[in-house]
Design a protein around this ligand. Structure first.
Ligand code: SF4
Length: 373
């Protein structure tokens, strides 16, 4: 590890400690410090980042691992993000939309496995607002447990449905939704516009503002290794997200999908994605950070690595088997090959415990809400 990298890490660790200790105002992390560490691929830096990220996570949220059940409710999408296999122009994509019964049945399997958060994710499919409100209510009722360990009888429902009018977000909040995930993917305006036909970053940030106004626990995040993305850009994104007090932050490597305009591009570097995860953690000790499915879908499963680099969430997939294969935002998605057997409560619990043990964490069976609430 170079002396400069050591000094940068010291400054960021000091900031993380001040954040956790509530010592305000805290200076935002300097993007130059973050960039220097992102660029340091040596083993000594990796070890120091892992140690600092684990300390930041354990001080901010405790040495806990939580699981959120992912249900991919529709693969239809009217949008055309150039990196995504579900983009509207991909005629080879398999499209489906789960009924309310299928969604509630999937959620019920997750509840039987002890999970207390359901993440409903889809492309921008234009599903009727009231229909989705009814689904949210049905999922909440299906998971009601008067003896819940965290004292919250109803489970948490997280939505990840893309950009919609504020009135829709308000209706879903009213119906019981708690959280919303909407990654910005990149904060570089030019790159964002080049990747999202007809959409600009401001439209996404306006949705974030609306979701905050309505009281959602908000999640953002970035993709690492996008064509045209610089390390300085990633550093700026991590530093700006640290100032945003996001309840959840997702960092995933870019995986080119062959049926998209970016199909021939080089995949994102896993080492860089892991360092970005550690730096997201050090800059944002209070955020829930998943070991993303994209990290599990490499030449090997990198989720334990991500946990060692400061992540503290896994998102087992509870979609029906036919949907897991069809929801191909990128190729080789790890859970696509799994059978329904993987979702049996004892298998899901074992798998969670194995991941937690490997990372030295304890499984937290609660909802794990925003630490700032
Ligand atoms: S990333 Fe989301 S909004 Fe964009 S094309 Fe894919 S499913 Fe649609």
């Amino acid at each position: 590890m170079t002396r400069e990298a050591g000094m940068a890490l010291g400054r960021l660790s000091e900031r993380a400690f001040a954040v956790v200790a509530g010592a305000w105002p805290v200076e935002p992390p300097a993007p130059d410090d973050v960039r220097l560490l992102l660029d340091s691929a040596d083993e000594a830096t990796a070890d120091a980042l892992k140690a600092a990220a684990s300390r930041a996570r354990d001080s901010g949220l405790g040495p806990r691992l939580v699981a959120r059940a992912l249900i991919e409710i529709s693969s239809y999408c009217g949008n055309s993000c150039r990196y995504c296999g579900l983009n509207a122009c991909n005629r080879l994509a398999r499209r489906y939309s789960l009924s309310e019964d299928e969604i509630v049945e999937s959620a019920s399997r997750a509840f039987r496995a002890g999970l207390r958060t359901i993440v409903l994710q889809s492309g921008e499919d234009g599903r009727d607002t009231a229909e989705l409100s009814a689904i949210i209510g049905a999922v909440k009722r299906a998971g009601f447990r008067p003896d819940a360990v965290d004292g919250a009888g109803y489970p948490a429902v997280t939505l990840s449905l893309g950009e919609r009018p504020e009135a829709d977000y308000a209706a879903w909040k009213e119906a019981g939704a708690d959280r919303y995930l909407m990654r910005m993917e990149t904060g570089d305006r030019e790159l964002y516009a080049a990747l999202h036909d007809g959409r600009g970053l401001d439209s996404r940030l306006a949705c974030h503002a609306a979701l905050r106004r309505l009281g959602y626990q908000l999640g953002s995040g970035i993709m690492v290794g996008l064509p045209g993305q610089s390390v300085s850009g990633i550093a700026l994104d991590l530093a700006s997200m640290a100032g945003g007090r996001y309840a959840m932050l997702g960092i995933g490597p870019f995986i080119p999908h062959p049926d998209t305009p970016l199909g021939d591009e080089t995949p994102g570097d896993m080492g860089l994605a892991l360092r970005a995860t550690a730096l997201a953690r050090i800059c944002s000790p209070w955020s829930w950070i998943p070991a993303t499915t994209a990290m599990a879908s490499q030449e090997r499963d990198y989720r334990v690595d991500a946990l060692l680099y400061g992540a503290n969430v896994v998102m087992p997939n509870f979609s029906p088997a036919y949907a897991r294969g069809a929801y191909a935002i990128y190729p080789g998605k790890r859970c696509a090959a799994e059978s329904d057997d993987e979702q049996r409560p004892e298998r899901a619990t074992d798998s969670l415990r194995r991941l937690a043990d490997a990372a030295g964490l304890a499984v937290d069976p609660g909802r794990a809400d925003d630490a700032w609430l």
